[in-house]
Design a binder for this molecule. Structure first.
Ligand code: 5GP
Ligand code: MN
Length: 340
């Protein structure tokens, strides 16, 4: 199966010949895939002597700050004026790991205002908005990092000997497949991983830096969440966890501490829909996960202004935490037959 058509890679290659100022944008609350794909592409473009910047709308978990090139990442929420200038000067803007400009929030307006730049989308979420001049979008692929691998392979396969590039791309694939437990049934994904390992990267060390890097208070918050804050609703094959700001504060909550919490209820026999509600200052952030046919991206889009993949999606609610939970339980009743 050919995932990136040579024509697409070729048109990106052609744009790269004459253009020097390149920007890589990733979605709000970026994860290992967004950051791994962005930094993998960053190192590749740097090796071509391009002027490259990576911009994230906001902060990201501590366990991703070791990625090579991390110190070069610009956070919009901290450096607003600098970000504005960089976006308006960019000649090529890569949009990585998101399918709709609303996922970059305030940056959307700035991107739309730069009508000169060539816009490139590289993503694996369903139904992309067609805002880009060049679109590489494929939902069959494990991760955006895997798509970036194919792009680099098509443009200059020798670059894939770089450990920096390969560490970043491996991290993206590893995190977006839950350590190769989902979205990883295609042999091509494993072939990519095999090739990344050939660069000499140490996968055990990467695993350790990502998954064994938590604080003691995060582990205690996980224990508290499962013991005290998980509601199991066997009649709907569903379970959810909710955490208030006060509870998170008590456990010294840091960005990324709740990563993975939403997956735990899915390991309960019979549970195929799991949800995590986190109370933020102005809204409730919601994570949805499912097993099998139940499409959480549709559910998130319809009721919680969100989206994502069929089995992993996110959204938010402007109601308070209690009202959000009540609304969710009402929706479960409506969905009772679908969940059975
Ligand atoms: P998470 O629950 O880990 O934040 O996100 C799970 C998946 O849903 C990711 O693929 C992410 O890109 C997507 N996602 C999370 N939040 C939102 C959102 O607010 N809107 C949309 N469209 N997708 C989201
Ligand atoms: Mn992804």
């Amino acid at each position: 199966m050919k995932i990136i058509k040579d024509k697409l890679a070729g048109s990106i290659g052609a744009e790269l010949i004459n253009k020097n100022n390149i920007l890589i944008l990733i979605h709000r609350n970026p994860d290992g895939d967004a950051l791994g794909a962005a930094l993998g592409l960053y190192h590749f473009l740097k090796s071509m002597n391009k002027r490259v910047r990576v911009i994230t709308p906001n902060a990201y978990p501590e366990f991703l700050h070791w990625l090579p090139g991390d110190s070069e990442i610009i956070q919009f929420n901290i450096q607003k004026e600098r970000t504005k200038d960089l976006i308006s000067d960019a000649e090529i803007i890569f949009h990585l790991d998101f399918n709709a400009l609303s996922r970059i929030r305030e940056l959307e307006e700035l991107v739309l205002a730069n009508q000169q730049a060539i816009k490139v989308l590289i993503d694996h979420h369903p139904d992309p908005e067609h805002f880009a001049d060049i679109e590489i979008s494929d939902t069959r692929v494990s991760s955006t990092a895997e798509l970036v691998y194919y792009l680099i392979h098509a443009l200059d396969s020798e670059s894939l000997k770089s450990k920096d590039i390969c560490e970043c791309l491996f991290t993206g694939i590893m995190t977006d497949t839950g350590c190769f437990s989902f979205n990883s049934s295609m042999p091509s994904t494993w072939e990519v991983v095999a090739n990344l390992l050939r660069s000499g990267i140490n996968k055990d060390s990467i695993f350790d830096r990502v998954y064994n890097n938590f604080s003691a208070s995060r582990m205690k918050l996980l224990g508290f969440s499962l013991d005290q804050k998980m509601t199991v609703l066997p009649e709907y094959h569903a379970a959810y966890i909710s955490l208030s700001r006060e509870e998170m504060k008590k456990y010294d909550f840091r960005t990324g501490d709740s990563e993975g919490f939403v997956n735990f209820p899915l390991s309960i026999k019979g549970i195929k829909f799991s949800v995590l509600f986190l109370e933020k200052e102005k809204y409730v952030k919601i994570s949805f996960r499912s097993k099998g046919e139940f499409a959480v991206n549709e559910f998130a889009q319809k009721y919680f202004n969100g989206g994502g993949h069929r089995n992993a999606a996110g959204g938010e609610s402007k109601k308070n935490l209690q009202e959000t939970l009540e609304e969710f339980e009402r929706l479960l009743e409506e969905y009772a037959t679908k969940l059975k």
